[in-house]
Design a protein around this ligand. Sequence first.
Ligand SMILES: Cc1ncc(C[n+]2csc(CCOP(=O)(O)OP(=O)(O)O)c2C)c(N)n1
Ligand SMILES: CC(=O)[C@@H](O)[C@H](O)COP(=O)(O)O
Ligand SMILES: [Mg+2]
Length: 641
Amino acid sequence: MTQTRTDTPFLDRIAGPADLRRLGDRELAALARELRSELISVVSETGGHLGSSLGVVELTVALHAVFNTPMDKLIWDVGHQCYPHKILTGRRDRMRTLRKKGGLSGFTKRAESAFDPFGAAHSSTSISAALGFAVGRDMGQATGDAIAVIGDGAISAGMAYEALNNAGAEGRRLFVILNDNEMSIAPPVGAMSAYLGRLYRQAPFARLAEAAESAMPAPMREGARRARQLVRGMPGAGTLFEELGFDYVGPIDGHDMGQLLPVLRAARARATGPVLIHCCTVKGKGYAPAEKSADKYHGVSTFDVTTGAQAKKAGGPPSYTSVFGKALTEEAARDPDIVAVTAAMPAGTGVSVMAERFPARVFDVGIAEQHGVTFAAGMAASGLKPFCAIYSTFLQRGFDQVVHDVAIQGLPVRFAIDRAGLVGADGVTHAGAYDVAYLTCLPGFTVMAAADEAELTHMVATAAAHDAGPIAFRYPRGAGTGVALPERGEVLQIGRGRVLQEGEDVALLSFGAQLAECLAAAKALEDEGLSVTVADARFAKPLDTGLVLRLARRHRALVTVEQGAEGGFGSVVMHALARGGAFDRGLALRTMCLPDRFIQQASPAEMYADAGLTAADIAATARGALGIADTQTVVPIPLAR
Ligand SMILES: Cc1ncc(C[n+]2csc(CCOP(=O)(O)OP(=O)(O)O)c2C)c(N)n1
Ligand SMILES: CC(=O)[C@@H](O)[C@H](O)COP(=O)(O)O
Ligand SMILES: [Mg+2]
């Protein structure tokens, strides 16, 4: 049942865009006001990407009013700004399930609605997808216009240039709405951002010329118009987008329905080729706290609408990210060759901590992971010690650069891989599931995983000291375990794991932060009379083969546990055991990793339960490996804190 409120009479009449298209222009403006108020109310209860959604309220209404969605394909880049779009496309009554288990995705998702023609979450994909739809239309597929809405941050990524380059050459009818709010997550960086700013500042002069022209007597006006077109047509006289084959319209005020509607209608009526409409908006528009601190309101927890105060988990252990930022800064204080690279996420990765102390040694390359990896490789080749801090999921964007520019050349780039494992509300698209699989297959790579924040501190020191080749260390999103932090990170012996407790029946060999679950499982098994070894591998590559073969020799069963997909740590162990003949002696091996399916959004604990990686699951797997009939139902085992 659609939730109706007394102050949203227009919104209450909108079951979908078809209803919206029956409204007059003034009513559409009123609808936008109601939509913004609804959005603030919803996100105050759910949390999520508030700022970017507030910035596209009018744009969303106007696009659905002018274009015939869902036949016309509206593709949101990143998709984090799609909450107004979801409210208007029949999902208003489910908005309070946003980003929750079984609820609406926080991004566009094909399976969720016909109005979501293309999934997103990783940035800069929308123009490529839109061109794909445009070619489909031109080849007779049942699809209409393609409209990509891309932000000033997302358009700075290489993939967006590739798409502009191709679309401009193809010359097909296609709409790109550049949503320019002069913000990425942090303030934008790069020459493109500066260029867009210049276009915006030149706009009044362009308007002045047009106004002067329209004030001229008719015979002169035509001449002036032709002259202006001539100048504009001169090589280099147009905008970058026009030089690439796009018609460029704008910049226009992306919050003014009086500009949006006529411009979109005219573009839709006249376009014969690719058109880029430059809309200037404000991230967080219409909600003062979000306008004032656009970076802090990019992604919000639940908040008080009146004050804007966001709910924060009081106290609790420091986040892995903050521990990394602090440890990196301390290493950088000791070694002037240490530099850091981030791809538009200085705060998210924690390199902002180092930037406060050493601003000249921290480089934000924008949303450009491919460039960021090879940029770091170049720095390493020069003799610097670069820490390339990129979330696991976003490092996927730079994988060829990791292979081709870093691994093959054996360059000592240090990869700080945050958000390893399952991340919670961002769901499938942001899971840090694959980095162990795709890094351990690369010769010469060193791959570590921190079991807790103390281990993370040691791994930062180990990476800082490691000049022999590329090295990566991974750690999960969110708060640490509360373990005491060392004064200073110790350099670990490369390829050496550690044994936390010795037993005889079964060995639990953990790689990464699921160690706490292994210890809890061991306790439960010991309460049943079993004798359990728990070890932390620390390294997936080079693997501590001696430790692995010893565990195999001394136990009836060996269980590996990791926060990653098949093909990672467990596979490395399996190869080592096979090479060492461990299976010839009848070892019972179980490798516990993410199942071969995408784990849908929920809390991280719910996601790991869905993935079968809880302490209870580990205990049950150990019993099975020992041939003990697992008569017990899988009872949750509390973690020792
Ligand atoms: C490949 C990739 N890298 C990083 C991110 C993280 N990220 C999400 S939104 C965002 C900023 C996007 O800025 P912009 O396109 O201007 O959109 P706005 O938030 O300003 O509406 C970033 C860096 C991502 N989603 N995808
Ligand atoms: C939309 C996007 O990709 C980012 O905003 C991402 O959601 C940030 O993730 P964290 O919240 O884990 O920093
Ligand atoms: Mg932006």
